[in-house]
Write a protein of this length. Structure first.
Ligand SMILES: *Cc1c(COP(=O)(O)O)cnc(C)c1O
Length: 217
């Protein structure tokens, strides 16, 4: 079970960064993993999970939620507006608020339901054309627009470019969050979560290092 070693590494990274124990939330990313692997991690006590696909999550999590009280589910993949209602039924947090049309539809749903999931604005820190997220130079305006829509924001999220040092991206995200009074920083994955914690991550999204490689077969 790799969960225990990842949890230990997170604690060590918190200590090394002079941050209190428990200041980083581990999101175990279970997308496309076999049920047996996810169940083993649930049985080991992990309750916070991340999924990328609404349909996939809808097929497996209602049952696990019933069987394992206290599950907290985070949506970390691109969210299509036609799946928004289903997503709001399923998820406790959305890390991929990445465009005005989604913010507007989300605001209407949140108002109708009288409740909101935790919300993170995804910032495309590398300005990559193929990647989702608000460009860094438009982030302040987008955050202000979300607030004008009464959307309660928890923080920001980024996925740095594959082929670059993630540190400048983590720092940029932290900077944008700081000047907008946002405390949540969803950053860091299997390969760089300790670096992200040193740079202030509050939520790390770790998949393959816990569950093993994903088989998309
Ligand atoms: C799949 C995924 C992860 C987990 O990636 P690993 O490298 O397996 O830890 C984290 N964040 C997002 C947005 C993902 O899509």
């Amino acid at each position: 079970m790799e969960l225990e070693s990842i949890t230990r590494r997170i604690t060590a990274a918190e200590t090394a960064a002079g941050r209190p124990h428990g200041s980083v939330r581990l999101i175990a990313v279970s997308k496309v993993q076999p049920a047996a692997r996810v169940e083993a991690v649930l049985q080991a006590g992990q309750r916070v999970f991340g999924e990328n696909y609404v349909q996939e999550a809808a097929g497996k999590w209602p049952e696990w939620r019933a069987a394992y009280p206290g599950v907290e589910l985070h949506m970390i993949g691109p969210l299509q507006t036609n799946k928004l209602k289903l997503a709001l039924d399923l998820f406790d947090a959305i890390h991929t608020l990445d465009r005005p049309s989604l913010a507007e539809k989300l605001a209407r749903q949140v108002q109708a339901r009288g409740a909101s999931p935790q919300l993170f604005v995804q910032v495309n820190t590398g300005d990559e054309p193929q990647k989702a997220g608000i460009p860094p130079d438009q982030a302040d305006a987008f955050i202000a627009d979300c607030r004008a829509l009464d959307l309660p924001l928890t923080g920001l999220m980024c996925i740095p470019p594959d082929d670059q040092d993630p540190v400048p991206h983590f720092r940029l995200l932290r900077q944008i969050a700081g000047r907008n009074d946002l405390t949540g920083l969803s950053m860091g994955m299997s390969s760089d979560f300790e670096t992200a914690i040193a740079e202030g991550a509050t939520h790390v999204r770790v998949g393959s290092a816990i569950f093993g490689a994903r088989d998309y077969g």
